[in-house]
Design a protein around this ligand. Sequence first.
Ligand code: KG4
Ligand code: ZN
Length: 365
Amino acid sequence: MLCLGIETSCDETSLALLRDGRIATQCLRSQEDLHAIYGGVVPEIASREHLRAIPGLLDQVFSRAEASLEEVEVVAVTRGPGLMGSLLVGMGLAKGLVQGGNATLVGVDHLQAHMTAPELTQRISYPALGLLISGGHTRLYLLRSNLEMDILGRTLDDAVGEAFDKTARLLNLPYPGGKYIDRIAAFAEPDTTMFPRPYLDNTNLDFSFSGLKTAVANYVRAYPGLALQEMAEEPDAEKIASDSPQLATVCASFSWSVSQGLKIKLERALRRCPETASLLVAGGVAANSVIRDSLKGAAEEHGLELILPPIDLCTDNAAMVAHTGAVLYREGWYHDLSLEAVPRGRPIPWDYLRMPRLDSPRMEH
Ligand code: KG4
Ligand code: ZN
């Protein structure tokens, strides 16, 4: 079975073909450089660039997989949450392909796709605890299966990647600055008293990073020479750390505080869900070395394996969308052309249609 995945929810245009559950090919074009000039994703530029990138990627994905459009049985597309204009580009493509051919349409929840991505590389034992840490989302889920997920906690303000990027900005590091904070932090030890551990003085499983961000802002204000004088296009982490050990300590301490915030909430969730059989982490921030080490430690302490997909399956990608779409399709779920896009902040409805063949009495035996 050939499934085409389409992902255009934010600033990455990605198409992937899955053949019988395995990635045949995946193509991706990132707009990161374009948005870097503005210090964040500009929605109108994002949708225009998706439209520009899609024809080339479509040719590429089929030629690399040596497949043709006629062979596609399922078109799986991210229907939200995301930037409305960006989602509509992918949805328009998906609906056009379905209308012009024989494929079945399956709209996919982007967050569910992130959480099922680890299945592309290994078998997952359920129930699993899933932590999604990206530039747009910070969520903790209990996954009963690859189709049933209960939300346990979410961020009340910034997503964790956003907190990294805003902190990087305070230090005059370019957007998206999470990876530079990570690289600079490698040259220092954290000062565990420098910043508060975020939003732990409660009994819930939600996250909040705005207090931590303010603490960094106050610290930077107290030391006027601390932030970099000029914003380099590609900062040299080693040089920055040797010129300013204090700045490196800020990066290490901030990363430590964030990692503690995530780890402690995760451990709290593990205590509440003792049936947990595995621990999944997804999203671009899963690349952070301090967070990886601390989550690995938490997993070991609880005798669980920490499952981190390769980084190109952690960040936004179409293979995860194709996989989730294929799982849904195999279970008999699909959409018709009335499928709607869902913007950020609105829940994704379970509005799938049921394939009649799966409901027929013959199939029950
Ligand atoms: O999953 P992703 O591509 O997210 C969205 O587009 O939502 O992740 C991007 C986010 C950005 O905020 C970026 O700064 C952050 O992940 N990020 C990191 C690292 N690599 C990427 N944050 C901390 N440390 C890293 N090594
Ligand atoms: Zn994402």
